[in-house]
Design a protein around this ligand. Structure first.
Ligand code: MRU
Length: 368
C-alpha cells in the first residue's frame, strides 16, 4: 500500500554488505513513519515481542526474514540454525503464521543442506512475502462481492457500514491486509463504504493503525470506543463485521484480538453477518475443535495500566490509568466459536466456518 504516494511492504530485506531486515516500526504510528533496521536474530525476536511488527501475516514474514539472519549467523551448523529458529518461534505464541514461516525455512534448508543457506532463505522469505501479499489481494476480490451484495440489498444509497476490530490491515501483513482488503478493493471500485474502527484497548491498534491506514487510502471511517460496538449494532448502524484472525481451526473457530468474541456475540444477537478474513497460512490444521489448546498470549499488565499517546509538545508519552499497586491482567486474544462466524474469506473464496466448508476450499489439507 502507499504511504505519501510511495509503495511499501511492511517488511523487506536488504544486503549492502551486511544482511538486514527492514521493518516499519508500528509503535511509532500514527505519529511518525520510521523504518528500523534489524541485523541480528535477537533484534528480530525483540521487534516481534515488543510489537514493532505485529499482526499474524506481518509476524510470519518478519520471522521468515529473521531466518535469513539465522542462516547467515549459523555458519552451516544446523543445530545452531535450529536453536536460533526456536528463539524466533518463541517470540509470540498465538499467531500461527510465525511457526508456519519458521518451519518452512527450516525444512527448506534441511532439504538443501549443501546449498548456500542465505540465498536459499532470502528467496523463500521473498516467496512467503509475495504469497502473503497475493493472497490478501485475492481476499479483497472475494470479500468485495459480499460488500457489493450488501449495498444492493440496502438499496438506500447510504454507505455500507463495516465494523472492524484491532488492525488486520496491510500493516498486519506484507501488504493489503485481510479484513481491510475487501474494503480497500470496494472503495477503489467506487463503492460507498464507511468503517467503524474499534479503538482496541489496550494497545489501540484500531485508533492508531487501522485509522492511519484508512486515512492514507481515503476511506471514510469513525473511531469508536470498544464498548460502543454493541450499541451501534443494536441501532442498525452496522451492516457487517469483518475481522482478521491470528489462528483459525479447521472447524472454523477463530482466535483473534481480545474483544473479538464480544463483537461476534453482539453481531449474532442482532443478525449482523460476522465474517473473518484470513490467508491459508493462518489456519492451524492440527488445532482441536473449539480452539481448545490454542495458546492465548498473556502480555505485560503495564499495557493495561498505562496508555501512550502524543502530548501537546509533540512527544510520545506514557501515562498511568490506575493506581500503580492495582492488580491487572492482560489477555491478548480470545477464541470466537465457529457457530458465531457467518463465513471465512480466504484467498480461494468464501466458505462457511465449518469443517465441511473449509474442506471444500482446501481439500488437500484433509487428505488422509
Ligand atoms: O497483538 P496483535 O496486534 O499482533 O494482534 C493482531 C490481531 O489480533 C488482529 O486482530 C488481526 O486480526 C490478526 S492479524 C491479521
Amino acid at each position: 500500500m502507499n504511504v505519501d504516494g510511495k509503495h511499501y511492504r511492511t517488511v523487506w530485506f536488504e544486503d549492502l554488505g551486511k544482511p538486514m531486515v527492514k521493518i516499519i516500526n508500528q509503535t511509532k504510528l500514527p505519529y511518525a513513519f520510521e523504518i528500523e533496521n534489524l541485523d541480528a536474530v535477537e533484534s528480530v525476536v525483540s521487534a516481534i515481542k515488543n510489537m514493532h511488527v505485529r499482526g499474524a501475516g506481518c509476524i510470519g514474514v518478519t520471522a521468515a526474514y529473521g531466518m535469513c539472519l539465522a542462516a547467515n549467523h549459523s555458519n552451516c551448523d544446523f543445530t545452531k540454525f535450529e536453536s536460533l529458529a526456536q528463539k524466533i518461534k518463541g517470540a509470540r505464541p498465538t499467531a500461527t503464521n510465525l511457526s508456519w514461516a519458521v518451519k518452512r525455512q527450516l525444512e527448506l534448508v534441511k532439504k538443501n543442506i549443501d546449498e548456500d543457506w542465505l540465498s536459499l532463505t532470502v528467496g523463500e522469505a521473498l516467496k512467503i512475502s509475495d504469497e502473503d501479499s497475493q493472497w490478501c489481494k485475492q481476499i479483497g476480490d472475494h470479500g468485495k462481492n459480499i460488500l457489493l451484495d450488501i449495498a444492493k440489498s440496502k438499496n438506500d444509497g447510504c454507505p455500507v457500514n463495516i465494523l472492524t476490530h484491532c488492525n488486520a490491515g496491510w500493516l498486519a501483513f506484507a501488504d493489503w491486509g485481510s479484513a481491510t482488503s475487501p474494503i480497500y478493493s470496494a472503495h477503489r471500485d467506487g463503492l460507498s463504504v464507511h468503517v467503524w474502527v474499534d479503538e482496541t484497548r489496550p494497545l489501540n491498534q484500531g485508533s492508531k493503525l487501522t485509522s492511519w491506514e484508512l486515512s492514507n487510502e481515503g476511506v471514510p471511517h469513525t473511531i469508536i470506543a470498544d464498548n460502543a460496538a454493541g450499541h451501534l449494532m443494536a441501532s442498525g448502524m452496522v451492516d457487517i463485521v469483518i475481522t482478521g484472525t491470528d489462528r483459525t481451526t479447521s472447524y472454523g473457530d477463530v482466535a483473534n484480538k481480545i474483544g473479538t468474541y464480544l463483537k461476534a456475540l453482539a453481531a449474532n444477537d442482532n443478525a449482523i453477518p460476522f465474517y473473518v478474513a484470513l490467508p491459508s497460512s493462518t489456519f492451524d490444521w492440527e488445532a482441536e475443535e473449539g480452539g481448545r489448546g490454542i495458546p492465548i498470549e498473556k502480555r505485560n499488565s503495564e499495557e493495561v495500566k498505562f496508555i501512550s499517546g502524543l502530548d501537546s509538545q509533540g512527544d510520545i508519552k506514557k501515562v498511568s490509568l490506575s493506581l500503580p499497586s492495582a492488580n491487572c491482567a492482560n489477555y491478548a486474544f480470545d477464541v470466537t466459536p465457529a457457530r458465531l462466524v457467518t463465513g471465512l474469506i480466504t484467498e480461494r473464496g468464501v466458505c462457511s466456518a465449518t469443517r465441511a466448508g473449509i474442506e471444500k476450499v482446501f481439500p488437500e489439507k484433509f487428505d488422509n
